[in-house]
Each structure stands twice: as C-alpha cells, then as structure tokens.
Design a protein around this ligand. Structure first.
Ligand code: ATP
Ligand code: MG
Length: 562
C-alpha cells in the first residue's frame, strides 16, 4: 500500500485506488498505461500524465504499459515512436510492456463483427456532411440514419467488403447503434471504423484498408491489457459513457474504469502538439528539440534535469480542473535540482581583457577552486591563472555609480575569485573611445588571505585569456513574452513569441569545460545554469546552453512594469 511518508502527494486518483484496494477490487491489482498517439513529440503536459501513470504503478507495485495509440497512419511515424520511448525513459520510467493499438487490429475487427451480430452496429452510407447534419446539436436531438435498420446479414456483408478494400475512402463507415436522441452527442451512433485505403501504416503496412476510431480502440485496448485505472484528461469526461457502453456490450476480459484529471497548462508557452508542430514547420524554432520548446526533447537539451520535472509534476498535483500553472513553479524545481547537483565553473560571457602588468608573462598558477560551495564531496579543481585574464564587461565601471557598487572601478580594487586582489590602474581605449582593455596590478599577499589594512568587498569571476576556451553561449529565455499566448482579442498566438528568446554570445570559459561531456550541466558562477549542447557542441567548437538564470528575472521585470 501507498506509504504517505515516502510517496508523492496523494490525490483524488490515489484515494480511489486506495479504496479499490481496501475493497479488494481487481484482485488487488493496479494496472495503468500511458497511451500517446505517435503524431508528435511529447511535451510537459504529457510529462504530467507519465508521472501520474508510471508513478502510481511504482508506488502500488503495479504495472504501467506504454501503448502507442496508432490509428491515424497519415499523421504518425517512426521518428515519433522512437522519440516517445526515449522521453519516457529519460524521465526515469520503465514500462511493463510496450504495445501498439495496431497489435489489436484483428481482435478489434472481431469485436466489431460481434457488435454487428448483436444488432449493435451498422454500416452507414451517409457522407461526412450528412452525418453532421443528422447528428443534431447540443440542444437538438439527432435523427436516425436511413441505413440504421440494415439487417445483420447486410451489415456483415458490407463490413467484410469494407475490410476487403472494395469501397472508396469515405464511402461508408461502421457505426455503433446506440441512441441518436441521447443528450450526450458521443452516444449518437458514433463511428467505429472508417475507410483509408491509400494509407501505409508504420506497423501494419497496407494490411488494413479500414481503421478503427479513437474511442473504440482506446477502450478495447485498455480492456485487452487488463488496465484497472484508465486515466485521461478532462475533455474525455463526456466520452466515459461511450467507454462504458463498449465494455458493457462486448465480451471483454476486463472492465477498466476511466478517471479524468485536469490538463497541465503552463504560462509563457503552449502545450498542444498542433501548435508545437506549427512552430517547427514554420521555422519559429529550430526543430522539436529546440531548447526553447516545452517538449521533453527540448527541455532535455536545454539542461533541465529529469528529477526537476518529476518534482514539478508532484508539486502541481492532480486535480479535477484545468488550471494555468505559473512558469516560476517549473523554474523553481529546475533551480533547486541544479543548485544541488551542478558543479560550479567560471565563464565570462562578455569578455573584457585585463592585463596584470606586474604578473610575470610566462607564469601559470593553478588556482584551487571548490566544485560546489555546499557539497565538499564534489571536490576541487585547478583553474589556470595568467598575466592576462578576461572579466565580464558588466563587472567594470570607470566610476562607481553609487556607494553599493562592489565591482571593479578605475583606481579601485576587486578580488578575482579563487585568486588575487587586483587594482585597475589605467584603461585602454580604441579610436572611438570605447574601453577595450584594463591595465591592472595585483597584490601577491592576497591569495587565500585578506588584504592588509583595507577592505575589498567585491569578488568577480574571470578566465585566463591565454588558456581559456572560446565558447558559443546561447542565452535561452521564455518562448513567449506573455503568460497566455494568443489570449488577447484578435491576436494570433504567434504574435506573442518572445523576439529575445535566444541571444547568442561569444564567451570565454575555463579550460575544463572543453573536456566536459555533451549534456553535462554546470553553474557558471554569478551567471546561471548552463549545459554543453548535445547537438551542436563539438571539439574545437564548444556550445553552451543557458538552462536558467540564477534568479527569477521575470518576476522582477513584471514588478518593475507596475
Ligand atoms: P495534444 O493536445 O498536445 O495533441 P494529446 O492529448 O492529443 O495532446 P496524446 O498523444 O493523445 O496527446 O496524449 C497522450 C496522453 O497524454 C493522454 O492520456 C493525454 O490525456 C495526456 N496529455 C496530453 N496533454 C496533456 C496535458 N497538457 N496535461 C496532462 N496530460 C496530457
Ligand atoms: Mg490525442
């Protein structure tokens, strides 16, 4: 049983399962599944469903299957199938069994004939427009199709010929015979099978000229796999009576129960495969794994750790309403995970050359730096210090703007982190008058010691000019500049894209980073969390992605704008 001490926060679904187990339902079994359609990459909304389904299986010692809901061959492909498996595993989950709904096509076909024989399904020749017209509206009952009273024999014959590929796409469908006057439109003789003769299915090839519809397939796949708790999002609440109708009217091996939970909606992004597909197709981003995308592939490449996503999903919980979740909540989970796990490094994003004139030209000192200020077990490393170093342009002003300014000024002192205190004696300008170099001197007595007779408060980061490594640094920010893209009247959601979601800099980083494996994550001290890009980084061309800033800069911005 679920142990409240160690398990994630309980929720209404876990309470239902607890009750079912207490009542001895399903022989004490808990079986869930995650059923994506392989028509796109998974996004953070799917992560919520994955954490819920796999998390329950884990905590209740049950099973969770990965099942591809593959009944729309035109929209699906193997690239999506592979990415989905990779994403589920990256999130830290292992499925009990891997299935395709198409594995059940033969059995689904058999169930359809059973329905026909029982007078509960019929072949209908209305075209799509007529179907719509006959279906009625929310306030108006539908009308019976003129084909509703076909005999069992005629229906069987026509359905078999549909299966044999005798009819054109759209010529006929198989429909359940339920109730055209039902207040629930899903029960007004829903379509069970449609004809798609030209389609080549990624699993079944050209074996099937007919394909089963979503509700039918999904229900029966759940039943065939012995799923006990079929969890889906709220928009399927109205489909539940149909789900139960299939189970009640067919001789199925199990009676799963469907429960609906609220979708994840996240501020400053969009979580819909359709919109994400458009972003990729229209070139607003560089592919499904663009680090700005809310896809699992995108956030992985961005440097989000999987434990941060699981933590986030636990914190948002599972409720019976669709809510909008603040981006800050996700970002806090990411910062917390990275603060604990990311080794520290020094990187200068906007380099300004500093020449320490009283430091010998040929000397290299290895400065000892801690890899993590709060975790000694992560050890230390050496950082080469030389006569010329880079500091960040933001860390120098000729004149301090106010008394609180602790960085370097002309004539002032600052500590180079893990190294000496330096003083800026002169600035070198280019023809246009811009400062291009600082001439400094150092106090040799300040290595690991306070300077004598004066206080130096500022500490800034640096990288050796000679031994540092150039790096392309990609500063990623939120993909949209408003919390709810497209919500404003007469505005297309694409108009809300953040034009500054990617800023590229030529930085210099400490040499150790050139050896770091692709995907490894660091805190660049005073700058944020970064990772080595897994796609574009190569020997001789280091590419670092900013995963997230150290603090929530957006909170400050919106506070200022008031
Ligand atoms: P989209 O609306 O983005 O196309 P979908 O629901 O069509 O998503 P599926 O592949 O059918 O995508 O989804 C697989 C599972 O993930 C379903 O059980 C679905 O309910 C769940 N899911 C999809 N989006 C979300 C979301 N935003 N929040 C929670 N669960 C989601
Ligand atoms: Mg779907």
């Amino acid at each position: 049983m679920n142990n409240p001490e160690t398990s994630p926060t309980s929720n209404f679904i876990r309470q239902i399962i607890d009750e079912d187990l207490r009542d001895g339902r399903n022989g004490g079994r808990v079986a869930t599944r995650f059923p994506p359609e392989p028509n796109g990459y998974l996004h953070l909304g799917h992560a919520k469903s994955i954490c819920l389904n796999f998390g329950i299986a884990q905590d209740y010692h049950g099973t969770c299957n990965l099942r591809f809901d593959d009944t729309n061959p035109e929209k699906e492909n193997v690239e999506y199938i592979e990415s989905i498996q990779q994403d589920v595993q990256w999130l830290g989950y292992r499925w009990s069994e891997l299935f395709f709904a198409s594995d059940y096509f033969d059995r689904l076909y058999g169930f359809a004939e059973d329905l026909i024989r029982a007078g509960k399904a019929y072949v209908c020749d209305l075209d799509a427009e007529q179907m719509r017209e006959y279906r009625g509206t929310l306030t108006e009952a539908g009308r019976d199709s003129p084909y509703r009273e076909r005999s069992v024999d005629e229906n069987l014959d026509l359905f078999r010929r549909m299966r044999a590929g005798e009819f054109e796409d759209g010529a006929r469908v198989l429909r359940a015979r339920i109730d055209m006057a039902s207040p629930n439109i899903n029960l007004r003789d829903p379509t069970l099978y449609r004809i798609r003769r030209g389609a080549v299915h990624h699993q079944t090839g050209e074996a099937w000229p007919i394909y089963p519809m979503y509700d039918y397939t999904h229900t029966l796949s759940d039943a065939l796999e012995g799923i006990t708790h079929s969890l889906c999002t709220l928009e399927f609440e109205d489909h539940r009576p149909l789900y139960n109708w299939f189970l009640d009217n067919l001789d199925v091996p199990a009676h799963p129960r469907q429960y609906e939970f609220g979708r994840l909606n996240l501020e400053y992004t969009v979580l819909s495969k359709r919109k994400l597909t458009e972003l990729v197709a229209e070139g607003h981003v560089h592919g499904w794994d663009d680090p700005r995308m809310p896809t699992i592939a995108g956030i992985r490449r961005r440097g989000y750790p999987p434990e941060a996503i699981r933590d986030f999903c636990d914190r948002i919980g599972v409720t019976k309403s669709d809510g909008m979740v603040e981006m800050a909540l996700l970002e806090n989970s990411v910062r917390e995970a990275l603060d604990a796990s990311a080794p520290r490094a020094m990187a200068v994003l906007n380099p300004l050359r500093v020449v320490i004139e009283d430091y010998p030209e040929d000397r290299v000192e290895s400065m000892v730096a801690s890899n993590h200020p709060k975790d000694d077990s992560m050890g230390t490393r050496g950082i080469p210090f030389t006569r010329e170093v880079y500091i960040d342009r933001a860390d120098f002003m000729e004149v301090a703007p106010n008394a609180k300014y602790k960085r370097l000024t002309l004539g002032g002192e600052v500590r180079l982190r893990n190294a000496y205190v330096i003083r800026c004696d002169r600035v070198v300008r280019d023809d246009a008058g811009a400062i291009v170099e600082l001439r400094c001197s150092h106090d040799p007595a300040t290595l690991g010691a306070n300077p004598e007779g004066r206080k130096v408060k500022g500490v800034i980061h640096w990288v050796s000019a000679r031994l540092g490594v150039p790096a392309e640094v990609r500063l990623y920010d939120r993909l949209f500049q408003v919390p709810n893209p497209g919500a404003a009247k007469d505005r297309d959601w694409r108009e809300d894209l953040n034009p500054e979601s990617l800023v590229t800099l030529q930085a210099v980083v400490e040499p150790m980073l050139a050896e770091a494996p692709a995907g490894s994550r660091f805190q660049f001290e005073r700058e944020g969390y970064f990772c080595i890009d897994t796609r574009d980084s190569a020997p001789g061309h280091l590419v670092c992605n900013r995963t997230i800033t150290l603090r929530d800069t957006w909170a400050k911005l919106s506070a200022q704008s008031w």
